[in-house]
Design a protein around this ligand. Structure first.
Ligand SMILES: *Cc1c(COP(=O)(O)O)cnc(C)c1O
Length: 469
């Protein structure tokens, strides 16, 4: 019987001569089609050997041309894809953290798709500096003397320490030894930079005297790390930047601060908890401050470093900088996004992260009602409703903050919510949501409303709600 089945498998050249394959070759090229044909035949042979039911195999052979077509189209699909984020987490690290606006991207495309003055001083006609495009902006916004940027904030921490404290000691409070996620730990990065970490105080309490007692001839910097992704409550004490400056003056030791989330405007105005801003850190006496470009700032992935000019100049000259330097995409994106901060209204309106954080609940409710209505019109086999939910900032920023929001809830009648969620992840533009108590929730604060039509169309295709035998 096995032999018999093998004889039923079509030959490669016969398949290639079919109208369907010829069309595929015309559209996608010979190589990808022949590869798909071979893979499909290989799979059928393996299944015969594994003893798959004859009836099923014959069916598969009948449909071989459409399977080949699917394989070809699958190969043509990009691996990295746009997705719709219905999780309600605004800075979702796994989903690319801060989205940039289409308008900002237009500017970036214009610069990156041609030549630019990335490192060319147009006035003098000689070599220029890639930081020049956003340094003045950063100084104006933060009040710092000088600024630069590297690939991410982890790199910034490393560069700052390597430049200012290599071969010496950096004093840090035990309450601020942060793990940022993805196993990135401040203490480990400090070691990589060639700096010896001197921990002072305890997890919950560190006093000014703890820092002072730890100072020796080898002390190169005092470091503060903003615990942006966790909070210690209760019997706690930490030394604010302002108080630490007493030691700076007495011992001539600079203070550096890793702010992590790097907010450039006061979020309290918008009903969120106070998050220390870069401006405050500089005002309170930090010599160097570093922070992420793609957390609350809402820009590209980057580690921004601002502070006293002599330190920033040393960092620009550090050989390590060459290994960590930003490219033209990032340089342009930083200028584009930072320009919005010259006017707070523009920043809130035009930077997607800030817009989502500050979007009024009524607007989210409207979006939810809109999508809910569209879905109900399709009479889908599911219970569809609007639910109250809470959005989160995410990305290790403002861990205690939740923003009231609204979700469109879908609970399929005949398949499990898990299976439904899984199928939505396989759509051409996957939709990622949250499953809570058997309901699939799409938080409309993060779900891009322009995706409504696509989403409704996708749900109308019957595979999504199909019951598997
Ligand atoms: C997030 C964070 C970092 C790492 O920043 P990346 O831009 O993700 O490299 C470092 N320090 C603190 C305190 C952070 O919150």
């Amino acid at each position: 019987m096995e032999n018999n089945l093998f004889r039923r498998i079509p030959k490669v050249d016969v398949l290639l001569e079919t109208k369907q394959c010829k069309e595929l070759i015309e559209q996608h090229g010979y190589q990808i089609v022949i590869e798909s044909v071979r893979e499909e035949l290989e799979q059928i042979r393996a299944q015969i050997l594994n003893g798959k039911l004859e009836e099923e195999l014959l069916l598969q052979i009948d449909h071989i041309l459409s399977s080949i077509g699917n394989r070809v189209r699958e190969k043509e699909q990009f691996h990295i894809k746009k997705v719709y984020n219905g999780t309600g987490t605004i800075l979702h690290t796994n989903l690319g953290r801060a989205p940039l606006s289409a308008t900002h991207m237009q500017k970036i495309a214009e610069i990156a798709s041609g030549y630019s003055n990335l490192e060319f001083n147009l006035e003098k006609g000689e070599r220029g500096e890639r930081y020049s495009h956003f340094e003045t902006l950063l100084c104006k916004i933060t009040g710092a003397q000088a600024a630069m940027a590297v690939n991410n904030n982890a790199a910034a921490v490393m560069l700052v320490l390597n430049t200012m404290a290599k071969g010496g000691e950096a004093i840090v409070s035990r309450g601020e030894l942060v793990e940022v996620g993805g196993k990135f730990r401040i203490p480990d990065v400090m070691k990589q930079s060639g700096t010896i970490l001197k921990e002072v105080g305890t997890t919950n309490k560190t006093h000014l005297a703890d820092y002072e007692e730890a100072i020796t001839e080898d002390t190169k910097v005092l470091m503060k790390v903003h615990t942006s992704n966790y909070r210690i409550f209760g019997f706690t004490e930490s030394v604010p930047m302002k108080a630490l400056t007493a030691l700076k003056d007495k011992y001539q030791i600079p203070i550096i601060e890793d702010l992590g989330s790097g907010v450039l405007l006061n979020l309290e105005k918008y009903g969120l908890a106070h998050e220390p801003t870069v401006q405050e850190s500089i005002q309170n006496g930090a010599d160097v401050v570093c922070f992420s470009g793609d957390k609350l700032l809402g820009g590209p992935q980057a580690g921004i470093i601002v502070g006293k000019k002599n330190y920033i100049d040393q960092m620009k000259r550090n050989q390590l900088t060459r290994a960590l330097r930003i490219d033209k995409f990032t340089a342009c994106a930083l200028e584009t996004v930072l320009r919005e901060y010259l006017c707070e209204e523009n920043a809130i309106k035009n930077i997607p992260v800030l817009e989502m954080i500050t979007r009024p609940l009524e607007k989210v409710q409207e979006a939810a009602e809109d999508l809910c209505e569209k879905l109900k019109r399709e009479a889908l086999p599911a219970v569809i409703s609007i639910q109250k939910c809470m959005s989160q900032i995410g990305g290790g920023s403002l861990p205690m903050e939740q923003i009231e929001s609204r979700a469109v809830s879908i609970r399929p009648h005949f398949i499990s919510t898990e299976l439904f969620a899984k199928r939505l992840r396989t759509l051409p533009i996957p939709v990622i949501g949250r499953v809570v108590d058997e309901n699939f929730l799409l938080d409309m604060r993060t779900f891009d409303q322009t995706g409504d039509v696509h989403f409704v169309e996708a749900l109308k295709k019957n595979q999504i709600f199909k019951v598997d035998r």
